[in-house]
Design a protein. Structure first.
Length: 563
């Protein structure tokens, strides 16, 4: 028996669809039978008993990223005739070829339909023998479609507004996790068609359409992560080591811990790589004489850790850490938890918030913290502002200079030499479309629904307003440690104190219950180690973070041997 149109909802196929629509079951079965006999090996035959059912089937096919090659629709159908149906189908699958099936008495109507809805052919029924009266017409439809059609696309689809903070967050999340997707502006025709196929409203954006065609309306990052197949749930309840943070320090720890046989899980709230993963070019990392992008470096490290057996949890936020006798309990934001012998804190830092009027309202609408490759194309022929004067700001300036007409660096200090590597300073000086404004701060940002103007103020009191569509912030570093218990000693700026710095004057922290002093990277809680930028007095470099991650695992082994 011919499969009904409803099968579109459960069957995914690389074969393009041939859709037949007829309210007469016997005729519908005969058409599907003849199509399957000749075209079934290369096309998926879908049969619908009404125009409404066929439109629903088309929407599901479109959302899946599959193709409709040709539609054969009966002219005389109740509620929605073939012409009305094809007119609506054109909006969903404009490249599909269309044929109207008519009785001899409806020939005039069929000819009119060719002009009204651009029908490619009409077929008279009955069409015995099909070899003479049916297949030649379908062959021609498919030949034209193969010349003009396009390949199917099974990527994740994002429907949204180009200046929506929520849309940007999802796009950036998928890009940083190396998940291919296609972006649709719902203000454009293609985006509007997908929005209609998803049965959603303009105001409901952003909408993520999964590979199997399921629309997610305004999803959380955790929902998106689950939908695209990222791991979000720990496989075990007890681990040798839980690594909190997936930047260079966390990934370095994961590679060494897993390769040395420790049952290891890495918990990352956004995407592997941290701030380093957003670097457009790292040119001073050992072993890469031609430089390497941050996402390439961290993706290699992520895959290396997973190859050794480390679990990688994405879009999960850790909100608590408790001592449970010899175990340590790590709490997630959904109330679940895991137990572990040891913990490596590698949560890194976040860029400090820009203290300027109008900035909070424009984040994701032209104002961004950190570099975002997803915004590169939208910076073409634009003026881009980079706020900051350290390496990350310099790398971003060089990167966006390839796209933007002009890049202006607003640097609060009096020189770049204090915080930026000399190779970057030389590159910036050699690029004519980069302007460096020293002793300059951003006073305000403004625009209608998106960033349009930036107001500068210099140390001499000068003031200037410039037009700009994008502003990227790279100022200072704030440690992500507010969630830690009070027993974890931190310095005045929130960075975690470790090792000998905990025993200044020979006095140990109140939470310390061992006879020995804390190891070099150990915090004030035994078995909780700290690596990378979040550690007080650490060197803020990728290589040193990786090294601290490796050293932390050595100390974890030493700690486990004591248990």
């Amino acid at each position: 028996m011919t499969a009904p149109a409803a099968d579109v909802r459960t069957e995914r196929s690389e074969r393009p669809v041939l859709l037949t629509v007829d309210d007469d079951p016997s005729v519908s079965r005969a058409v599907a039978r003849d199509l399957r006999r000749r075209y079934g090996a290369d096309y998926r035959i879908v049969r619908a008993d009404s125009g409404e059912e066929a439109l629903q089937a088309i929407k599901e096919v479109v959302l899946r990223g599959e193709q409709v090659a040709a539609i054969l629709a009966d002219y005389r159908m109740p509620r929605m005739n073939g012409v009305d149906f094809l007119e609506q189908a054109m909006d969903l699958v404009p490249r599909a070829r269309r044929a109207l099936v008519t009785a001899y008495a409806d020939t005039n109507a069929a000819i009119q339909a060719i002009n009204l809805v651009d029908v490619d052919h009409y077929l008279l029924k009955p069409w015995e023998p099909p070899e003479e009266k049916f297949y030649p017409v379908v062959d021609e439809l498919l030949e034209v479609w193969q010349r003009e059609g396009k390949h199917p696309e099974h990527k994740i689809k994002i429907l949204g507004h180009p200046w929506s903070a929520a849309s940007y967050e999802i796009r950036d999340f998928l890009a940083r996790n190396m998940v291919p997707y296609r972006w649709y502006n719902i203000g454009d025709p293609d985006g509007a068609k997908l929005l209609a196929a998803a049965g959603a409203e303009y105001s409901q954006a952003p909408i993520v359409i999964t590979r199997d065609g399921q629309p997610l309306v305004q999803p959380s990052l955790l929902e998106v992560a689950n939908a695209v197949g990222l791991s979000t749930t720990p496989q075990g309840k007890f681990y040798d080591v839980v690594i909190i943070g997936g930047g260079p320090a966390g990934l370095g720890a994961a590679v060494y811990a897993a390769s040395e046989g420790l049952n290891t899980v890495v918990v990352e709230r956004a995407a592997a790589g941290g701030q380093a993963g957003q670097s457009s070019r790292i040119e001073n990392y050992l072993g890469f004489p031609d430089g390497v992008t941050g996402d390439q470096l961290t993706d290699r490290a992520r895959r290396q850790a997973m190859r050794f057996g480390a679990e990688m949890l994405t879009a999960r936020t850790v909100i608590g850490l408790d001592v449970r006798g010899p175990a340590r309990q790590v709490w997630f934001d959904d109330g679940s938890s895991v137990l572990t012998h040891a913990v490596v804190l590698a949560t890194g830092v976040s860029y400090r918030q820009l203290d300027a009027a109008g900035v909070p309202e424009l984040v994701g609408r032209g104002v961004y913290y950190g570099s975002s490759a997803t915004q590169a194309e939208s910076c073409v022929n634009d003026h881009v502002i980079i706020v900051g004067g350290a390496n990350s700001a310099g790398q971003a300036a060089v990167f966006f200079s390839r796209y933007a007409t002009k890049v202006t660096m607003a640097v609060r200090g009096g020189s770049l030499e204090k915080a930026m590597s000399s190779y970057l300073i030389e590159q910036i000086a050699s690029l004519p479309n980069i302007e460096v404004r020293l002793n300059t701060s951003v006073k305000s940002c403004s625009g209608e629904g998106r960033l349009q103007c930036v107001s500068f103020v210099d140390h001499a009191g000068g003031h200037e307003v410039v037009d700009a569509g994008h502003l990227f912030v790279f100022i200072g570093a704030a440690p992500l440690t507010d969630w830690l218990p009070e027993s974890v000693v931190r310095d005045s700026t929130g960075f975690v104190v470790t090792g000998p710095d905990l025993t200044v004057g020979g006095k140990r922290p109140p939470s310390w219950d061992l006879e020995r002093d804390p190891y070099l990277l150990e915090s004030s809680i035994p078995g909780v180690f700290v690596a990378g930028d979040v550690r007080a007095q650490s060197v803020k470099r990728v290589a040193s973070a990786v090294g601290e991650g490796a050293l932390a695992v050595t100390l974890v082994h030493r700690y486990l041997a004591e248990q």
